[in-house]
Design a binder for this molecule. Structure first.
Ligand SMILES: Cc1ncc(COP(=O)(O)O)c(C=O)c1O
Length: 316
């Protein structure tokens, strides 16, 4: 008889000790003047209510990128040595502004109902519409949908759209494989599999990402899509990503960009210009929206978006 999973994992961890660091809380680690990334000065934000403007900068620890990485590495090592056991973790490495919580909890947003008369929903719809424009500008895409309740939900949406796309062309039987990489967030292979595809996972090579040759060796008439994040879950950028997208398109597949790690590339690149057919954002990671807000009136805005290119195949 197969041993229950809990017993098996006990055996694997027997004698295992997670690290124990005398790690201060992050607020105690800052030193004035230290910087991780230096962002360009933001221009004026139109139509921002005066009450939403800060009188003083937020009290955040000033730290180098190295300090931040080391701090979270220590914390992750103490959490059952999560580094090495699981690659999850990027979601937690961000600051959740309280002002975002206040906004979603405000009555005039939190208490709207999907069935109320559209005349009374115009303010909320305006927020959607304006935010759609911002995301389109940042990604180069044409239209976002605000339905996915989280990153994995958006990835699943993409896998389902991939299925519908190939079915509409009579190629679903033939195109039954989705390609991803070992360092792509696990929600891509998981949702591809849930949507009925076989998952092909490329492995790392010398430079920390799979080579173009490895990709070429798995692309073929069975390719339905490529689902990747870039930078990947270890923060590594694939410099050949444009070539990857070109090759997958050449073989007849779609390309989905998990843009959860968007912070480092915002305004530096646009998913459409890299050739991707669809992308999603994590609004809680990049835009300060509270995580798990889906369901509240502002929730759909806090959810990642998936976009589908309005190319000559208009199946979306
Ligand atoms: C790169 C990446 N993609 C997708 C997800 C999944 O997002 P969610 O937890 O909102 O489903 C995460 C979350 O950690 C992520 O880091």
């Amino acid at each position: 008889m197969t041993a229950p999973i809990s017993n098996r994992s006990d055996a694997r961890f027997k004698g295992y000790h997670a690290a124990r660091w005398a790690e201060p809380v992050v607020m105690e680690l800052g030193h004035p003047g230290r910087r991780g990334a230096v962002f360009p000065k933001a221009g004026p934000v139109p139509d921002l209510p005066e009450g939403a403007l800060r009188a003083a900068p937020p009290v955040l620890p000033e730290m180098t990128e190295h300090d931040v990485l080391r701090h979270y590495l220590h914390l992750s090592q103490m959490t059952l040595g999560m580094m090495g056991v699981s690659l999850f973790g990027t979601c937690t490495m961000k600051y959740n502004p309280r002002i975002g919580e206040q906004a979603v909890a405000a009555d005039h947003l939190a208490k709207v109902h999907p069935l109320q008369h559209p005349d009374t929903l115009q303010g909320v719809l305006e927020i959607y519409s304006n935010f759609n424009e911002i995301l389109c500008e940042l990604s180069g895409m044409d239209q976002f949908v605000f339905q996915a309740g989280g990153g994995a939900d958006a990835a699943y949406t993409h896998a389902c759209v991939t299925r519908a796309y190939h079915a509409s062309r009579g190629e679903l039987e033939q195109r039954d494989q989705i390609i991803t990489t070992i360092q792509t967030h696990p929600c891509s292979p998981a949702t591809a599999n849930t949507a009925g595809f076989e998952v092909i996972t490329l492995t790392l090579e010398e430079n920390g990402y799979p080579s173009v040759e490895q990709l070429k060796s798995v692309i073929g008439p069975r390719t339905a899509a490529l689902m990747v994040n870039n930078p990947d879950d270890m923060g590594i950028y694939n410099p050949d990503i444009k070539e990857w997208v070109r090759l997958v398109h050449e073989a007849g597949g779609l390309c989905f960009y998990d843009h959860a790690n968007f912070n480092g590339v915002m305004t530096r690149l646009r998913a459409r210009e890299l050739g991707f057919d669809a992308c999603m954002y994590m609004l809680h990671k990049t835009f300060g929206a509270p995580k798990g807000a889906a369901g509240q009136p502002l929730g759909p805005m806090a959810a990642p978006r998936i976009w589908c290119r309005s190319c000559h195949h208009r199946w979306w």
